[in-house]
Ligand binder design. Structure first.
Ligand code: SAM
Ligand code: DTB
Ligand code: SF4
Length: 366
């Protein structure tokens, strides 16, 4: 019996997304507590190791060479620069560094060798290393794995249907192929998307179908709110309402219970209260540092003050969620309260009267 469903339909996901908010929050928070420690949030630091001048035409991206944006482009950083930044990130409470490059795809050669050296160097600092370098072949993914890469980020961005409205220089299939190539190694998969690009709720559900039907599901799913940058085709898009972000996070949590859901770009437009509701709805990761890749992000001291007032703790590096003890303990807590797992559905294989503890136990046996 499997308790992580890989057969979610767009209709089912849309129904969840559109539930009355209080129902949705309760359901998502219940799932979250069974699979994760609700007071722990992973803190990841982004590092743009090669900025701007990208040949792709992603409509949201300030780094595409064809758009006239204000960003300052840079060649590939040196290994020592990266090491210094990673040490700074670690000192400020980050357990993961995510290195981004404005490339269409990875090319074998001295620059890739340099990235592999960066991965080895950060690993030695006892931090998780993630890369987002565009498309990778199976062989390149293997080389990254050998260097000690922990995660590879490659987003689907939106639904297959809406994708064509945003990007023309590479297809949805290409994205899925890169994810598949990473899956053939022991590197974990990080894949998510952006809301606020003019897509419908149906498209948001469509993206979650594409992600949740992957088997295994991605270990982490970043949910970005579009940062509308002047000079990009999406510069006029209105900021998403916080309620949409909360709904998206909650729905992601319900359909991908074990994944780490990352509250990603767009936090500078969100209040602390709004972010708190996202954490309640199941977000358990953020990008920290005053810059994402090229756009602003809340100051790390502000984030740590928010953590303090919410009683949240940064997650330690290499802690795999969920921890069996935590699952057992939290599940029995819900059992004691007479709770049933609210996310089970009649057509699902879980028995309707099965308790959260039984579900969690079966999950652990898998
Ligand atoms: N070039 C690589 C690629 O596209 O795979 C890696 C870097 S790219 C900037 C990583 C992701 O950042 C994109 O897939 C997109 O989801 C997100 N992103 C880029 N620009 C954004 C923006 N303006 N607002 C929100 N998210 C954005
Ligand atoms: C992801 O999903 N979001 C991050 C990370 N993966 C690489 C990037 C956000 C970029 C926002 C725009 C910018 O700063 O350039
Ligand atoms: Fe290039 Fe990545 Fe930006 Fe697309 S999202 S334009 S591939 S840097």
């Amino acid at each position: 019996m499997t308790h992580t469903r890989h057969d979610w339909t767009q209709r089912e996901i849309l129904e969840i997304y559109n539930k009355p908010l209080m129902e949705l929050l309760y359901e998502a928070a219940t799932v979250h507590r069974i699979f994760h420690d609700p007071n722990t949030v992973q803190v990841s630091t982004l590092l743009s190791i090669k900025t701007g001048g990208c040949p792709e035409d992603c409509g949201y991206c300030p780094q595409a060479a064809r758009y006239h944006t204000d960003i300052e482009g840079n060649d590939l950083m040196s290994v020592s620069q990266v090491k210094a930044q990673a040490m700074r990130a670690k000192a400020s409470g980050s357990s993961r560094v995510c290195m981004g490059a404005a490339w269409r795809n990875v090319k074998d050669g001295p620059e890739f060798d340099q990235v592999l050296e960066m991965v080895r160097t950060i690993n030695k600092l006892d931090m998780e290393v993630c890369c987002t370098l565009g498309m990778v072949t199976e062989n390149q993914a293997k080389r990254l794995a050998e260097a000690g890469l922990y995660a590879y980020n490659h987003n689907l961005d939106t639904s297959e249907e809406y994708y064509k409205e945003v990007i023309s220089t590479r297809g949805y299939e290409d994205r899925l192929q890169t994810i598949e190539n990473v899956r053939k190694t022991n590197v974990t998969v990080c894949s998510g998307g952006i809301i606020g690009m003019g897509e419908s709720a149906k498209d948001r559900a469509g993206m979650l179908v594409a992600l949740s039907t992957l088997d295994p599901q991605p270990e982490s799913v970043p949910i970005n709110a579009l940062v509308a940058v002047e000079g990009t085709p999406l510069e006029e898009e209105k900021p998403v309402e916080i309620w949409e972000m909360i709904r998206m996070v909650a729905t992601t949590r319900i359909v991908m219970p074990k994944t780490q859901v990352r509250l990603s770009a767009g936090r500078t437009n969100m209040s602390r209260e709004g972010q708190a509701l996202c954490f309640f709805a199941g977000a358990n990761s953020i990008f920290a540092g005053d810059k994402l890749l090229t756009t602003p992000n809340p100051d790390v001291n502000e984030d740590m003050a928010m953590f303090k007032s919410l009683g949240l703790n940064p997650q330690k590096a290499f802690v795999k969620a969920p921890q069996p003890e935590t699952v057992e303990a939290t599940a029995s807590k819900y059992h004691a309260l007479g709770e049933k797992p609210k996310w089970t559905r009649p057509e699902h294989k879980i028995e309707r009267n099965e308790t959260a503890k039984q579900v969690a136990k079966a999950e652990l046996k898998k």
